[in-house]
Ligand binder design. Structure first.
Ligand code: SAH
Length: 412
């Protein structure tokens, strides 16, 4: 009963907090797209603080959704629920986490590194949670990237701990997107113990260290799990080049798959140290692995000048296009690495090439790679279109959720 006044207060706020849209601006919400842009808002009533729950109404007063208010962002409201009878409370967050967990249990096999919450796709806009290990020794790592999930942080942490049985939660809210929400960058323990500095996960039989506190993002690129497996399955007897290798995700998969040698390039010395540690952790022969602390663009040109050739090349660069304004420059960069990559492949060689830029569609990416093949004077078959794993589901009404796309090509 002690929490009743708080509960009543929240309900009252919710009744008072109303966003009314301009005429016609309700259409995307009726299609269940979970964002309201600032340009669509007509009036704001009530005491709307950052992260406050608001009711969104059409110009004619119809209920459209409940969402979280974000006064500093162009995405002014992120929708929690389209169901008028679903209040935004602790129970809702528990249901969301429970549903996300059930999906992963069903779909992610052979790995204890899983994206447990993928923002809008799990109807928790702005929240990213990766789950390493499991149960009492597991580690949850969160990014709270929007005002709504920031305001409900305690409830979300409680729900995560309760549903997973994992007591350790670490926050890595140090992504630049926080600034667009008017939120400071923060990191630290939210529940349980400090992350284990020796934390490692096993993905399709390969072990990887995960540096939760200072690695990129949440420490590990969980999204490439299925693609690393595919590289492992096709690496036997091949000379492999892995560009933008980070902690050696694809390199280790290729070593396990029987690659004769793996050359890996990254500009982060720290990541490369972890990568070399991963070779020892798996008991692989370090003689088969070469780690180059270098710029990929320069190294590729140097390899071409030296007449180097490979049988399997991975290109998994960082996001070259952070937004639509950067598409042209990004397209030139993607084209350059794919062009030289194709030139470095022997006939019959395989190219795994990726873009994690949300602003670049699969169609455009395929055009860029096709253009690179033309300029490289190479014929290549597209064997597969690739994407992130099933723990990064795309909500049908939210195509923006598809950021990682890739192609597997075979040079003829
Ligand atoms: N394939 C990796 C993830 C790659 S993330 C995995 O499966 O884990 C992109 C990586 O590119 C980062 O490690 C970053 O340090 C590196 N990077 C960014 N720009 C680079 C450049 N110009 N040359 C070399 N590495 C670069």
């Amino acid at each position: 009963m002690a929490c009743l006044p708080g509960f009543v207060w929240r309900l009252k706020q919710e009744i008072m907090n109303t966003i009314t849209l301009k005429p016609g601006k309700e259409k995307s919400l009726l299609r269940r797209h979970p964002w309201v842009y600032a340009t669509g808002v007509d009036t704001v009533e009530g005491r709307c603080e950052p992260g406050s729950t608001v009711i969104v109404r059409a110009a004619d007063g119809r209920f459209l959704a409940r969402g979280a208010y974000s006064p500093s962002s162009q995405i002014r409201v992120r929708v929690w629920s389209f169901d008028e009878n679903e209040p935004v409370d602790h129970a809702m967050f528990k249901r969301r986490v429970s549903s996300a967990l059930a999906h992963r249990k069903q779909w992610v096999k052979d790995s204890d590194a899983v994206r447990l919450i993928f923002g809008e796709s799990d109807r928790l806009p702005g929240l990213i949670v990766d789950y390493y290990g499991s149960g009492a020794n597991g580690q949850l790592v969160c990014q709270f990237n929007a005002a709504g999930v920031e305001a409900w942080k305690d409830a979300l942490v409680q729900a995560l701990v309760k549903e997973t049985g994992c007591p350790n939660v670490y926050e890595r809210s140090d992504a630049a997107v926080r600034e667009r929400e008017g939120l400071p960058l923060v990191t630290g323990v939210l529940a349980g113990a400090e992350p284990d500095p020796e934390l490692n996960v096993t993905e399709h039989g390969v072990r990887y260290y995960v540096d939760v506190k200072s690695g990129h993002k949440t420490g590990f690129y969980v999204d490439q799990r299925d693609n690393r497996k595919l590289v492992g399955d096709l690496a036997n007897g091949r000379e492999v080049l892995n560009c933008f290798c980070y902690t050696g995700g694809f390199s280790l998969a290729a070593l396990r798959g029987g690659a004769t040698s793996v050359t890996s390039i990254d500009s982060s010395g720290e990541a490369l140290k972890t990568a070399a540690g991963n070779v020892t952790l798996n008991g692989f022969d370090p003689e088969r692995a070469t780690w180059l602390d270098a710029d990929v663009f320069k190294s590729l040109r140097q390899f071409r000048a030296d007449g180097r050739q490979f049988d399997l090349i991975v290109l998994d660069p960082p996001k070259f296009a952070p937004s639509a304004q950067h598409i042209d420059r990004a397209a030139r960069a993607y084209k350059e690495i794919n062009l030289v990559g194709l030139q470095l492949l022997r006939p019959g060689g395989l190219l795994f090439t990726y873009s994690c830029s949300g602003a670049i569609s699969m169609e455009l990416f395929q055009k860029i790679v096709a253009g690179a093949a033309t300029d490289a004077r190479a014929d290549a078959r597209i064997l597969r279109r690739l994407s992130a794993g099933t723990d990064h589901p795309m909500l049908a009404a939210f195509p923006e959720g598809e950021y990682l796309k890739g192609l597997l090509l075979e040079k003829i």
